[in-house]
Write a protein that binds this ligand. Structure first.
Ligand code: AMP
Length: 411
């Protein structure tokens, strides 16, 4: 199928050609006709499948075909809600590119950044607004946003939105929009709570599913290293020196872990950037942009900070900490081997993480390749340390060796 077969109009086809897309992806093939037909859609698709264009292109076409306001009286007619700022920015960049040959205007607003410039942009008039929920409600309350003319509402990464605690905000935004509207919901996974949300806000939705969430790309080599937890850093340095090349994303479970690894790699003269939820918006954007522009080869991230971010040409993903949710493993390694390229996922598993490997292998229905030849093997009999006290299970692991040696307390 070609984009022409999807009945997209000329200005959009021109922009698509300029982006270098030859043919629509599966999600685009299935979603675009439904959106053009004004249906509500619930789509299960991950980042990397081309899902942004799957909603952006038909929305632009619908708005383009029906323009009655004068240029200086633009009304917001499409609203896209995204859980993270990075994702929101990325979506808006996509809209801007696809709308190059139209007169349609889009803008993005998000928290953690100065509100005044966002007000100025809104005042100028836009057709499409991409927003994170908190800032959207804030600006609506201050009367800078009118949602009375929304024709299409998109909830992107709905599962993450709910995980991040935005459920009430999302429902509120939905109620602020007109009842008569088209709603599209995209989610990487479809847990019960997403289904429930869909049931309350979607109207007779059509379902689109492009891939099993459990599938991992055939182009990713998946190597598993059993290693004692304290030696993960040595293993990481060893692999960076000898094995891993190119552009790398290293995943850690905690913000603390990200910072600690960043310090170590910087000390070892690696050029590194990092992103996690405690960093300011400016720092996160800067880090991401430096990685995207190839100024650094290594990005260290937590899962939430990295979710949905579109970075091309990642050669390797390192699971420095194994994720306890198996689907997270699939999301992580989906960062590499995009668009037909090959990539490698390196997973570091310590004694206490063996259970996670079992669950991951079950989900992806594949045995990971265990690499036994490396300098820091884990004794196969090593057992996970037993923490007797409940409620403090992270405390021990979080303390660095240096801080343990340092007897002096900070207080
Ligand atoms: P997304 O899943 O929306 O984050 O898109 C992932 C990547 O695929 C982005 O870099 C898009 O620019 C790219 N992309 C989207 N649609 C196509 C297409 N039809 N052909 C080639 N690349 C595409």
């Amino acid at each position: 199928m070609s984009f022409k077969d999807l009945k997209l109009n000329r200005p959009l086809l021109r922009a698509i050609a300029e982006k270098g897309y030859d043919n629509p992806t599966l999600i685009q093939e299935r979603t675009i006709p439904l959106v053009l037909d004004k249906k509500d859609v619930i789509a299960s698709a991950q980042t990397g499948t081309g899902k942004t264009a799957a909603f952006a292109l038909p929305i632009l076409q619908l708005l383009y075909d029906k323009q009655d306001s004068a240029k200086n009286q633009k009304k917001i007619r499409a609203l896209i809600i995204s859980p993270t700022r990075e994702l929101a920015i990325q979506i808006q960049e996509n809209f801007e590119e696809y709308a190059t040959h139209t007169n349609l205007k889009s803008a993005v607003i998000f928290g953690g950044a100065s509100i005044e410039p966002q007000k100025d942009i809104l005042k100028k008039g836009i057709d499409i607004l991409i927003a994170t929920p908190g800032r959207l409600l804030d600006l609506h309350k201050q009367d800078f946003i009118n949602l009375d003319y929304i024709e299409t509402l998109v909830l992107d990464e709905a599962d993450l939105m709910l995980d991040m605690g935005f459920i009430d905000d999302v429902k509120k935004v939905e109620r602020l929009c007109p009842e008569e509207k088209q709603t599209l919901l995209f989610s990487a996974t479809m847990p019960y709570k997403v289904e429930q949300l869909a049931e309350t806000i979607l109207n007779n939705p059509r379902r689109v599913e492009v891939s099993q969430n459990s599938s991992t790309s055939k182009n990713v080599n998946q190597a598993l290293y059993y290693v004692p937890k304290p030696q993960k850093i040595e293993l990481c340095l060893h692999l960076l020196r000898n094995t891993i090349n190119g552009r790398i994303i290293i995943f850690r479970r905690t913000k603390y872990g990200v910072d600690k690894l960043e310090q170590t790699l910087l000390k070892n003269n690696y050029k590194v950037e990092s992103i996690h939820g405690d960093k300011s918006q400016t720092l996160r954007q800067e880090a991401l942009s430096n990685f995207k522009k190839n100024k650094v080869d290594i990005l260290i991230a937590t899962d939430v900070a990295a979710r949905g971010i579109d970075v091309d040409d990642v050669d390797a993903v390192v699971n420095f900490d194994m994720p306890n949710i198996p689907e997270t493993y699939v999301h992580r390694i989906g960062r590499t081997a995009r668009a037909g390229n090959t990539g490698t996922a390196y997973s570091f598993c310590s004694a206490d993480e063996k259970e996670y490997i079992k669950n991951i292998q079950q989900l992806i229905n594949l045995q990971l390749d265990v690499v036994e030849e490396h300098p820091y093997p884990l004794d196969p009999k090593a057992k996970a340390p037993v923490h007797k006290k409940q409620g403090s299970k992270y405390k021990k692991g979080r303390k660095s060796e240096a801080s343990k040696k340092k007897k002096k307390r900070w207080y």
